[in-house]
Design a protein around this ligand. Structure first.
Ligand SMILES: Nc1nc2c(ncn2[C@@H]2O[C@H](COP(=O)(O)OP(=O)(O)OP(=O)(O)O)[C@@H](O)[C@H]2O)c(=O)[nH]1
Ligand SMILES: [Mg+2]
Length: 289
């Protein structure tokens, strides 16, 4: 059997989470048009008859500006340490040199596949050929694959390339679990995704979500979640005039959580102010970072 860890790295917004979902054929990681959406390492287990791949989605690579950022980059570091294969993801519309800089700084010790994403957005195909040429000659690069994670194009070809480089071994995980993370985590992530969708500017970046209660009742699942912000003014924005915004958030999140769990859900959201939580070791720990 072919078995191993295949970890995805790249700049914020390159499409890492979209790619993880496309590889899994299931939406596990949240996605948004804004940068720095993913904050954790998200492992996803793909088991077939003759292989088991443990994929990891990671936060986009950035220079840390506060402790939450540092935690995010620790998640990248831990993923570098146990990777069998690295997928280095680039946005086809972006400068190849900048991506190359970042990939070189990773000092990879394992084979890497450079994956050029968002090919659906590129009109001039010579851009893609140039990128293939550029990355093929780099020391860390064992192969280059073109994909559109959004349109699910090139995913099978990528999977074949991964299997080619994957070592033989025994499966790490038994059973049907798709991830090692608890359901509560994914529920919190869905609420966070809706915050990225509904609120502008700095709000999503000052916010985190903590699922407090997850109770399976006879006909539905009762979920209580806290939305943590840094300032009173942000709490006001989250709630909106007469609570209209948080109501909208609750409805959007509940629908996705119901689809994810395959069950009816009663969702209660509270907003709490925790000044400077992004720079507090204590709060970061409490919120799962
Ligand atoms: N057109 C197009 N858009 C894509 C493609 N893949 C991802 N996107 C979009 O790019 C944006 C970012 O996608 P994500 O998957 O959240 O990117 P990420 O690399 O996980 O971002 P961070 O978690 O912030 O590091 C979203 O709006 C996606 O819909 C693609 O193949 N084509
Ligand atoms: Mg992401």
């Amino acid at each position: 059997m072919k078995v191993g860890f295949v970890n995805i790295f790249g700049k914020p917004n390159a499409g890492k989470s979209t790619l993880l979902n496309a590889l899994m054929g299931e939406k596990l990681a949240i996605v948004s048009p804004k940068v720095q959406t993913t904050r954790h390492r998200i492992k996803a287990i793909l088991t077939e008859k003759d292989f088991q791949i443990i994929f990891s989605d990671t936060p986009g690579i950035i220079d840390p500006r506060y402790k939450l950022h540092e935690r995010m980059m620790q998640a990248v570091k831990s993923s570098l340490e146990d990777a069998d294969i690295a997928l280095l993801l680039t946005d086809a519309q972006e400068d190849v040199n900048e991506n190359h800089e970042i990939f070189s700084q990773l000092r990879l010790k394992v084979p890497a596949i450079v994956v050029i994403n968002k090919t659906d957005k590129v009109k001039d195909k010579s851009v893609l050929n140039d990128a293939i040429q550029f990355f093929s000659s780099k020391p860390y690069c064992k192969a280059v694959v073109l994909i559109s994670a959004l349109k699910k194009e090139g995913i099978d070809a990528l999977l074949q390339k991964i299997l080619f480089f994957l070592p033989d071994g025994e499966p790490f995980y038994e059973g049907e679990d798709l991830s090692d993370l608890p359901t509560k985590f994914f529920v919190g992530e869905i609420v966070r995704e809706k915050i990225f969708e509904l609120y502008e500017q700095e709000i999503p970046y000052h916010t985190t979500v903590l699922v407090q209660e997850f109770k399976e009742k006879s006909t539905l699942i009762k979920i209580t979640a806290e939305i943590i912000v840094q300032r009173e003014t942000q709490k006001g924005i989250l709630l909106g005039q007469g609570g209209t915004m948080i109501k909208k958030l609750g409805t959007l999140a509940r629908k996705d959580i119901e689809a994810f769990l395959g069950n009816k859900v009663f969702l209660e959201l509270y907003v709490k102010v925790r000044p400077k939580w992004r720079d507090s070791d204590l709060f970061l720990k409490e919120y799962g970072y």
